[in-house]
Write a protein that binds this ligand. Structure first.
Ligand code: PLP
Length: 365
């Protein structure tokens, strides 16, 4: 068996260290907030290259709090990708905004800047590009558009811990960014977690308020907020794992290079790294018109795969009324219908990858 994702190996290696940190928290009783959360926020801000990091409950809330802190008001339009996880668009709706889906670039699957400008209306207030599968969206042109039209740009960096655009890390590029620490992400907690990063002190302060019931001090609530905090057990595990993130990302990049060598000349469309970008391969997604058949063959061979994501958001029930019928975002629809995610994790070995490649070639022979 070759799993799609292997979380066990990493946690076995770090178990003693994580358990020792949790033991200290059990003895202190500081479960929510406290020194572990503050320590992680400092360290992750420094890692990303942003002035501020605010730990929150998950990636979806991170995006919600970033949008609200940057002033999203009911009725505002937010231009975003359809080819992504619904955690990108839910916060827009929860904040009272309206997602406006634009097609993605054929090669990277990230928001196509050439299509963004035509989607701008007088109600547009935000761009929300997704650094999909671990590769930053084309931030240079997107930031230009945001400047020209006076829009705020929030990065969905939930899949892009450590990814870079022109030498700067994801999470330091827009007005604010949302990260997820869901266990399977490149930096994952042992449960749920997320963070907002920003250079703007006022935005960071607002996110701190939003995550904690709108409190300015205990039981003094300036606004209606949320219960959206990061807990200390997760923060402690994240601090330990953060020290390994660069090494794990390098292992992912090597594994991606190995897949590319093994699959050269095959009928699969392979992931590419766009110029000036550092892809950290949260997912390794190949494309083939008969991916269901290929997936079934791999399953039969004991190889785990995934579909990320089989139905683009503009065709999902909550958004179907959005005047974007089937066929309206052809590249998003192609990614959704042809993409197949191969096993990808830092410690995947070359023998496993050779067996995956062999099974793929046999499936389409
Ligand atoms: C994981 C993810 C989210 C949501 O993060 P959660 O921590 O699961 O709430 C949002 N957007 C993208 C692209 C993601 O991959």
């Amino acid at each position: 068996m070759i799993p799609f994702l292997d979380l066990k190996t990493i946690h076995c290696e770090l178990q003693a260290e994580i358990v020792a940190a949790w033991q200290r928290i059990l003895e202190d009783g500081a479960f929510v907030g406290g020194p572990e959360v503050e320590g992680f926020e400092r360290e992750f801000a420094a890692y990303v290259g942003a002035r501020h990091c605010v730990g929150v409950s998950n990636g979806t809330d991170a995006l919600l709090f970033a949008l609200l802190a940057l002033g999203l008001r009911p009725g505002d339009q937010v231009i975003t990708a359809s080819h992504t996880f619904i955690g990108t668009s839910e916060p827009i709706g929860h904040a009272g905004g309206k997602p406006v889906f634009v097609d993605v670039d054929a090669a990277t699957g990230t928001l196509d800047p050439a299509l963004v400008e035509a989607a701008i209306t007088p109600r547009t207030r935000f761009l929300l590009p997704v650094h999909l599968y671990g590769q930053p969206a084309d931030m240079g042109p997107l930031l230009d558009i945001a400047r020209r039209h006076d829009l705020k740009l929030v990065e969905d960096a939930c899949q892009a811990h450590g990814a870079e655009y022109r030498g700067r890390r994801a999470g330091s590029l827009g007005h604010a960014a949302g990260f997820s620490f869901y266990p399977g992400k490149n930096l994952g907690a042992c449960g749920e977690g997320g963070a907002v990063t920003t250079d703007d002190a006022a935005v960071a302060a607002r996110v701190r308020q939003l995550r904690d019931h709108g409190q300015v001090r205990k039981y003094h609530h300036e606004i209606e907020g949320y219960n959206g905090r990061l807990d200390a057990l997760q923060a402690a595990a994240l601090r330990i794992k953060l020290r390994h993130l660069d090494g794990w990302n390098e292992q992912r990049r090597r594994a991606a290079a190995t897949y590319a060598e093994l699959l050269v000349g095959s009928p699969f469309e392979l992931p590419t790294e766009a110029p000036g970008r550092k892809h950290v391969y949260h997912l390794y997604v190949v494309r083939h018109p008969e991916r269901e058949r290929v997936q079934a063959a791999l399953t039969a061979a004991g190889i785990g795969t995934g579909l990320h994501y089989p139905v683009p958001l503009h065709l999902q029930p909550p958004y179907r009324s959005s005047s974007l019928p089937l066929g309206s975002l052809p590249r998003s629809e192609h990614w959704a219908s042809a993409g197949l995610s191969l096993p990808m994790y830092p410690n995947i070995d070359q023998g496993q990858q050779a067996r995956v490649a062999e099974a793929l070639r046999r499936a389409v022979a």
